[in-house]
Ligand binder design. Structure first.
Ligand SMILES: C[C@](O)(CO)[C@H](O)COP(=O)(O)OP(=O)(O)OC[C@H]1O[C@@H](n2ccc(N)nc2=O)[C@H](O)[C@@H]1O
Ligand SMILES: Nc1ncnc2c1ncn2[C@@H]1O[C@H](COP(=O)(O)OP(=O)(O)OP(=O)(O)O)[C@@H](O)[C@H]1O
Length: 288
């Protein structure tokens, strides 16, 4: 049996557009979005324990071990499958929290995929997606593992061909609590539903992010970062913020823009470029 798997990626996602089309009786919002995987994210390391204990071996500032989505994902898989094994899990956290990049959800998805493999618990992709939804709305997408058009609260997924390009992402130095954006009385919740066929492969500027109006009002640095990116093309916020992004056809165009942000942008911003990817890098560990 394999006992360790190191350097397991938990990639970030961008929401290329995000429409709020309604609200469920339980208060959760109905969305339509396109999720795009990118080659920038957290890195996790796993080691099987025979004693059944699940331990996070690195500190994550602001996230106690018991409430970490990594630990909760491992416990969920263990109780769903009755595995007697445990794990030590280390994380190199590169994605900001409250960034709209799906960091916590991606960490949870990577944990479910890798431990299902190491513990030999035999769960199918569909079974893991169902488990993942209990942890967060974006988890099923990362397990699905392909760029996707999503509906419902984000769990009804259909693969889409998304553009192959480079993204410049700005973290504008603020952390956005997702619930506060969805709870705003100013949020419009009646975008007209679109069809998957309305989203053309080459189009980056399709639709809009309905959460952006509320997020930019509550967190002005998001508006500033969007303004900064405007000269380079269609700039957008991902998820409920705070990160914003802009797409580039060529890597050197993204490099030039990145250089400018790093040189003369506000000192508390972080910025980086990433390439679109078609598949989750751990997709091969799962049966379809
Ligand atoms: C906005 C997105 O990032 C789009 O990808 C996600 O839908 C957010 O997913 P997430 O961060 O995993 O959010 P969750 O932890 O599931 O939800 C946080 C809170 O946001 C609100 N929420 C979230 C998702 C949704 N479709 N409707 C909501 O109203 C709920 O109050 C919920 O308690
Ligand atoms: N491993 C983890 N990584 C990040 N956040 C975690 C983790 N475990 C629990 N959390 C909690 O989840 C919250 C949301 O973090 P996350 O990074 O998923 O936000 P996000 O990037 O805004 O995601 P989304 O796009 O899904 O809204 C954090 O503020 C933190 O309290």
């Amino acid at each position: 049996m394999i006992r360790t798997l190191n350097n397991c990626p938990a990639p970030a996602k961008l929401n290329l557009f995000l429409h709020v089309t309604g609200r469920r009786p339980d208060g959760y919002h109905l969305l339509q979005t396109v999720f795009q995987l990118i080659d920038h994210g957290d890195l996790l390391h796993f080691e099987v324990r025979e004693d059944g204990e699940i331990r996070r071996t690195t500190d994550v500032v602001g996230v106690p071990e018991d409430s970490d989505l990594i630990v909760r994902a491992a416990q969920l898989l263990k109780s769903a499958t009755g595995s007697t094994l445990g794990a030590n899990i280390a994380i190199e956290k590169l994605l900001p929290m409250g960034g709209g990049l799906g960091g916590g959800s991606s960490d949870a998805a990577t944990t479910l995929i890798v431990l299902n493999h190491l513990w030999q618990t035999g769960q199918s992709r569909a079974q893991l997606m169902k488990l993942g939804l209990q942890l967060g709305a974006d988890v099923p997408f990362f397990i699905f593992g392909r760029n996707a058009f999503a509906e419902g609260v984000g769990e009804e997924l259909q693969a889409v061909a998304a553009p192959d390009c480079w993204y410049l992402v700005i973290e504008p130095g603020v952390s956005v609590p997702t619930a506060s954006i969805f709870a705003s009385p100013e949020l419009t919740r009646d975008s007209k539903p679109v069809r998957i066929s309305d989203f053309p492969e080459a189009s980056i500027g399709f639709g809009k992010n309905d959460l952006q109006v509320v997020a930019t009002k509550l967190f002005p640095p998001i508006a500033e970062a969007l303004e900064w990116l405007k000269p380079y093309g269609e700039a957008r916020m991902t998820g409920s913020g705070a990160c914003v992004f802009c797409a580039f056809q060529q890597e050197h165009e993204a490099d030039l823009a990145l250089e400018q942000v790093l040189k003369i942008g506000p000192a508390n911003w972080t910025a980086w470029k990433a390439r679109s990817i078609e598949r989750h890098p751990l997709s091969h560990l799962l049966k379809s």
